[in-house]
Design a protein around this ligand. Structure first.
Ligand code: NAD
Length: 297
């Protein structure tokens, strides 16, 4: 068997096109989706992410505002500021850019965003709604994994799903979302005794451990759907096993997932590539949350 590739770029484009139409309809009814990003200080590592966030909003007609606050702002003032945005009717969604300066509790700050405007869908109130099965806005990567599974057309109801990784942004919300779709999820983690037992009986596998290529074809049930969430940077080698060098003579790095793609694709029925699988769909899930938030406004 050679698995069919689940093309994340193509799915992301399809969803983007749907969102463009939804944004137009919202604007016709007088609702203007507006993502307001709050940044504290100017961490250079987040600049590229912020630029691409602004561009992807623009592409589908969403208003985007970035506000940079001084890095010496106190946590209390930052929370007060966010409460002001919660009250502002022209702001329909809020995102707090990470990282925040040392001494500021990110969870407390993120949780000061009202759940109706929580663009990332992962503050404490949004997570609570997820547990209760009525989340309108959910964590983007978890929703991306679910959209990729749905795109195969395979019925989710009643399926055994094994998720590797129990983080609050991926593993746990994926399990909750799939539970609501009537699957039977199992979550594996570093203390799981016999991981192969769980992976080999899974009709659907979602792998989010952050360990390059650690899940091989020998751990996958023939015909399974494999969603590889991992993003890992590893040194690059050529076919003869020699390091591939860049112009400066340093070894090049490449991005790989948690799944050993070559062995897995021989066993699975569907598999996501890395890059080009979960990543691009995660980006559009943020946009979808912004559109959903505008509907709630
Ligand atoms: P995390 O480090 O918070 O959690 C990793 C989880 O995997 C933990 O629960 C840990 O128990 C489990 N784990 C680690 N090694 C394991 C092993 N050998 N066996 C079983 N379980 C193991 O990571 P995270 O934030 O959930 O992210 C996971 C991966 O997904 C990372 O590679 C991250 O870069 C990637 N990621 C991708 C996207 C995307 O948009 N594609 C978004 C978020 C995270």
């Amino acid at each position: 068997m050679t698995a069919q590739l689940i093309d994340g770029e193509a799915l992301a484009q399809k969803i983007r096109n749907e969102l463009i139409r939804e944004v137009e309809t919202l604007k016709e009814t007088g609702k203007n989706p507006h993502l307001f990003a709050v940044q504290v200080g100017e961490d250079p590592s987040s600049q590229v992410y912020i630029r691409s966030q602004a561009k992807s909003c623009e592409e589908i007609g969403l208003q985007y505002t970035l506000e940079s606050l001084p890095k010496d702002i106190t946590e209390a003032d930052l929370i007060r500021h966010i409460r002001g945005l919660n009250q502002n009717p022209s702001v329909t969604a809020i995102i707090v850019q990470m990282p925040l300066p040392e001494g500021i509790n990110a969870q407390r700050v993120q949780s000061s965003v009202v759940p109706e405007k929580d663009a990332e869908g992962m503050n404490l109130a949004s997570m609570g709604r997820l547990v209760h099965g009525n989340a309108k806005l959910a964590p983007c990567t978890a929703m991306a994994a679910v959209e990729l599974i749905k795109s195969t057309g395979v019925e989710i109801r009643g399926k055994e799903v094994t998720i590797i990784g129990r983080s609050a942004i991926v593993g746990k919300p994926v399990a909750l979302l799939l539970l609501d779709l009537h699957a039977t999820p199992t979550i594996c983690h570093t203390r799981t005794r016999d991981m192969a037992f769980h992976t080999k009986r899974a009709d659907i596998l979602v792998v989010a451990a952050g360990k390059a290529g650690f899940l091989g074809g020998d751990m996958i049930k023939p015909g399974a759907i494999v969603i590889d969430v991992g993003i890992n940077r590893v040194p690059e080698y050529d076919a003869a096993g020699r390091p591939v060098l860049n112009k400066q003579g340093k070894q090049r790095q490449k991005t790989v997932g948690d799944v050993d793609f070559e062995s897995a694709k021989k066993v699975a029925a569907y598999i996501t590539p890395v890059p080009g699988g979960v990543g691009p769909v995660t980006t559009v899930m943020l946009l979808r949350n912004v559109v959903e938030a505008a509907k709630l406004a």
